[in-house]
Design a protein around this ligand. Structure first.
Ligand code: 8YV
Length: 315
C-alpha cells in the first residue's frame, strides 16, 4: 500500500515542522499556488493537508489531490477553503477555534487603547526628542466608560466584550439574534443601529461570503463623527473603499485595523492616513497561541488518520 503523505502548505514555525516531520511522511509547500508543481505520484498519495494561508483553496486545488481526505486549517477563519467543494468530494475540514480567543481579544483592546491614547505618536514624540524641545504632546481621548459596539458576538467577540466591560464601558452588540449576556448589554437587530449607538465599534464577524461587506457604506455612514472602528476579523467584512473615504474625509475619528481586504499588499491609501493604528494581521501571533494552533491542527489530522472523531470539525 502507498504510504499516505501529509502536505504542509504555508510558512510554518520550526516547532511545527519538527513535529510534522516526526509524525508524518511530510511534503512542504510554501503556497497553495505551487500545488501543480508537486510530483504527480506524490500528490496522488496525499491524504491530509495542513493548510496555513489566506489564498483560496478551492475545487481546482482539491482536484490536484485525488486521495485527499482532510484539510486541517491553521486558524479559526477558514474562509480561504471552499468548504462546499470539500463536502462534495467527501473531504473533511477542520480549524483551530478557541485557542486564539484571548490573543485576538487582547489585540483588539490593545489596538483601541493604542489608538485612542495616541501611544504611537507619543512614542515617536519622545523618540524624536520633541518632549524636551516642544513639551507635552497633544492630549489623547478617554477610553474607559465609553460606549462600545461589538459587531458579531461570537467566541472572540464575547472575549472582547468581557474585557471592555472591565473598562466600565457600555456594551452594545449586533448579532442575528439576542444572546445570553450579562445584564445591561444592549442588542441591536441591525448593523446600522449598532454603528449609530457606539463610540468604538469592534468588528468580530466570521469571514467568508456571508459577511462580505457586512460593514457596508451605510453602516459606516451611520457611525458618529467621533466614532472609531476596529477590525480583527477579516478585511472582507468591511466595505474598504467606503472606510477609506470616511477616514480620508475625517467623517469618523479613526480606525484600528489588524486585517485588510488584500494582505500583505494592503491598499497604500491606508499608510497615508494619520487617523489609523494598523497592525500586520497579528491577532493570534504569539508563540504560545501559535504553538497551540499548530498542535490542534495536527491533533485533528492524527484523529482523522486514526479513524477517530475530529476535534474541531468545520464540516
Ligand atoms: C491566521 C487567522 O490563521 O485564525 C485566523 O483566522 O486569521 C490567523 O490566526 C494566521 O495569520 C496564520 O495564517
Amino acid at each position: 500500500m502507498m504510504q499516505s503523505i501529509l502536505l504542509a502548505i504555508g510558512a510554518y514555525n520550526d516547532w511545527d515542522i519538527l513535529d510534522m516531520h516526526a509524525g508524518f511522511d511530510l511534503t512542504q509547500l510554501a503556497s497553495v499556488s505551487d500545488l501543480a508543481m508537486v510530483d504527480m505520484a506524490r500528490r496522488a498519495a496525499v491524504k491530509a493537508v495542513a493548510y496555513k494561508g489566506h489564498k483560496p483553496f478551492g475545487a481546482a486545488e482539491m482536484d490536484l489531490l485525488p486521495a485527499l481526505e482532510v484539510i486541517a486549517n491553521y486558524g479559526v477563519g477558514y474562509d480561504a477553503i471552499d468548504v462546499a467543494a470539500a463536502k462534495q468530494r467527501g473531504v473533511r475540514v477542520t480549524n483551530t477555534p478557541d485557542v486564539l480567543n484571548d490573543d485576538v481579544a487582547d489585540l483588539a483592546v490593545g489596538m483601541l487603547l493604542a489608538f485612542t491614547r495616541n501611544m504611537m505618536t507619543n512614542a515617536e514624540w519622545l523618540a524624536r526628542g520633541d518632549w524636551a524641545e516642544k513639551g507635552d504632546p497633544p492630549l489623547a481621548r478617554k477610553f474607559s466608560g465609553a460606549r462600545v459596539g461589538i459587531m458579531g458576538l461570537g467566541r472572540i467577540g464575547r472575549e472582547i466584550a468581557d474585557r471592555l466591560a472591565a473598562f466600565k464601558m457600555e456594551i452594545h452588540y449586533h448579532s442575528r439574534s439576542a444572546k445570553d449576556t450579562p445584564e445591561g448589554w444592549v442588542w441591536h437587530p441591525t448593523p446600522e443601529g449598532l454603528a449609530a449607538s457606539c463610540d468604538y465599534m469592534v468588528v468580530a464577524l466570521i469571514g467568508g461570503k456571508q459577511t462580505e461587506g457586512y460593514v457596508s457604506r451605510d453602516v459606516i455612514a451611520a457611525m458618529g463623527a467621533d466614532a472609531v472602528i476596529a477590525n480583527i476579523s477579516r478585511g472582507s467584512t468591511i466595505d474598504e473603499e467606503a472606510l477609506l473615504e470616511a477616514l480620508e474625509a475625517k467623517r469618523i475619528r479613526g480606525a484600528a485595523l489588524d486585517v485588510f481586504r488584500v494582505e500583505p499588499q494592503l491598499d497604500p491609501r491606508f499608510q497615508k492616513l494619520s487617523n489609523v493604528f494598523l497592525q500586520p494581521h497579528q491577532g493570534s501571533a504569539t508563540i504560545e497561541t501559535r504553538k497551540a494552533m499548530g498542535a490542534l491542527q495536527r491533533a485533528n489530522i492524527r484523529a482523522h488518520l486514526a479513524g477517530e472523531p475530529l476535534l474541531t470539525p468545520v464540516n
